[in-house]
Design a binder for this molecule. Sequence first.
Ligand code: PXP
Length: 236
Amino acid sequence: MRLAVNIDHIATLRNARGEGVPDPVEAAIAAEKSGAAGIVCHLREDRRHIKDDDLTNLRSAVTTKLDLEMAMTPEMQAIALRTKPELITLVPEKREELTTEGGFNIVAHYSSLVEFVKPFKGSGIEVSLFIEPEKQAIDLSFGAGADLVELHTGKYALQHDEENIAREFRRISEAAAYAKNLGLKVVAGHGLNYGNIAPFGKIVEIEEVSIGHAIIARAVMTGLAEAVREMISIIG
Ligand code: PXP
């Protein structure tokens, strides 16, 4: 199973000061050097983390695979077709949410989705839909011309007792097998972390996981000791 690293929160940290560090491009290069199979970023309508220039710079720097998460809007469609990431992932987007809260509501948006996907065919950009691990959403993704589905693991990640964890894991596992059988590529993500990722190795249909917050949070803590030592050595 491959790992794609979402570097949005490097930009969140940079934006806290409105200056140039930490740099999402530097983070993307470091992630690739450490074995990441892809770099993910979400250009939100409100540009709260990644900005337009970041996307342009990431496009130039990323050599593995750039996955642009985006809302299904004409603005984002034009940006994606111009920027040419290897992959776009369509996600629902609400201004007030802290992070993407649920899968894409395909039932409500099916006919617009079919039209939205068309210009990407033959463009060299694959289309993924971020959906709940449910048969209907998978069938509609396939019908709309998606190349991949990203199964939302957020509910799994939120469970605490073993029975509920097992139930949500089964749901993802069954959905992965169903989607793969239809001919879709299958990836998964949201809320995955160092404590809950291990069982995913058993789901052979899931080719890749997309992980952001846990990795960036871990990087801050594992890097802090060295950063403090370095500053003290300069102070003398
Ligand atoms: N996949 C999708 C579609 C997302 O929107 C996000 C969050 O940006 C992730 C994966 C990564 O989630 P997390 O930051 O919880 O690892």
